[in-house]
Design a protein around this ligand. Structure first.
Ligand SMILES: NC(=O)c1ccc[n+]([C@@H]2O[C@H](COP(=O)([O-])OP(=O)(O)OC[C@H]3O[C@@H](n4cnc5c(N)ncnc54)[C@H](OP(=O)(O)O)[C@@H]3O)[C@@H](O)[C@H]2O)c1
Length: 300
């Protein structure tokens, strides 16, 4: 029987991929946009869970403007922590499981090896701090919550690094990209496909099951932002790809500090779910192909 899912968020990268792929699974998804439930209002979000009585709630809305959050703390905290907490409490009361997304920005980025789930956190930004508060609150509020930390999310829609690099290259602008921040690019499509494929298991697992708690999901392979840019351009333009000059983080000051190495270890996910995320180049090749097939979509 189809799993009844309530999804918050319809327009974000991950939200769109969830909705796009859902018809391939035996799932009944109701998705609520910001106009239907604004995350500035935790009670409205909790009421939506109570009304829908889902078996699984997916929280795909978040305050993701990393730099803006530095001066918009209160709203970022409400959207990323208070409302997810209220949703998780309502889900626990309704007997629903929860999938919530978090970020590598909960870490300080000074660990020489990839981060594991139980490594100490140390967010450098308001965004990272609000996401950390959110994941802690969700796990504390609902014993059947899966928190998926992910990183460097890209897709064929919305504003993201892949589209920005392709646009700059198309415009013939000189490309200078940070080469001292490292992480794992992740296709929203892969993350969404993982969540949907696990929905029946999540909905059917009682509290205490290994599928709950914090797990890391990121495509395989560590790179710098410059390496990522070079990979994207090579996939899109082959030998005609323009050069990408390396710069240091210090040369591109931004309001929010980013971890220098937020690389996530996905071993726990692989052990718990038997799923190994594919290399980021394979996932990004599909995004580049999708954008090439819809030139108007790559204009953002
Ligand atoms: N993007 C990344 O690189 C990245 C990296 C690590 C982790 N994550 C996490 O992954 C998850 C999904 O990210 P994403 O890339 O899909 O995000 P995204 O593309 O930036 O989309 C954010 C979504 O949240 C919605 N939203 C923002 N403020 C809202 C509010 N007050 N009320 C209701 N909805 C609101 C947006 O709606 P509108 O369209 O109406 O603004 C949009 O649908 C988030 O939890 C994020 O923190 C993302």
């Amino acid at each position: 029987m189809s799993v009844r899912i309530l999804q918050f968020g319809t327009t974000g990268q991950v939200a769109r991929e969830l909705l796009r792929q859902a018809p391939s699974y035996d799932l009944a998804i109701t998705a609520l946009s910001r106009a239907e439930v604004d995350f500035a209002d935790p009670e409205a979000a909790a009421a939506a869970v109570e009304q829908a009585r889902p078996e699984l709630v997916i929280v795909a809305a978040a305050y993701t403007a990393v730099d803006q959050a530095e001066t918009d703390r209160e709203l970022a905290y409400t959207v990323n922590a208070e409302t997810p907490a209220a949703i998780a409490q309502a889900a626990a009361r309704a007997g629903a499981a929860v999938v919530h997304f978090s970020t590598d920005y909960v870490f300080a980025g000074d660990k020489p090896e990839p981060y594991r789930e139980d490594d100490p956190t140390g967010p450098l930004s308001v965004y990272g701090a609000t996401k950390l508060a959110g994941e802690l609150a969700v796990v504390a509020s609902c014993p059947r919550a899966l928190v998926l930390r992910t990183s460097w999310v890209v897709s064929a829609h919305g504003r993201n690094f892949v589209k920005t690099m392709l646009r700059l290259a198309r415009e013939g602008q000189p490309l200078r990209v940070v080469d001292d921040q490292f992480g794992r690019p992740t296709a929203a499509a892969d993350l969404a496909g993982f969540v949907l494929s696990q929905a029946p298991r999540l909905a059917g697992t009682p509290s205490g099951g290994p599928v709950f708690g914090v797990h890391h999901f990121a495509n395989a392979g560590e790179t710098s932002w410059r390496g990522f840019a070079q990979g994207v351009l090579a996939l899109a333009m082959g030998p005609a790809a323009p050069q990408v000059a390396p710069i240091a983080t210090a040369e591109r000051p931004a309001p929010a500090r980013r971890p220098l190495r937020g690389t996530l270890d996905t071993g726990k996910l692989e052990r718990t779910f038997g799923v190994t995320p594919r290399p980021w180049r394979d996932a990004v090749a599909e995004i580049v192909a999708e954008l090439a097939a819809q030139p108007q979509a790559s204009a953002a």
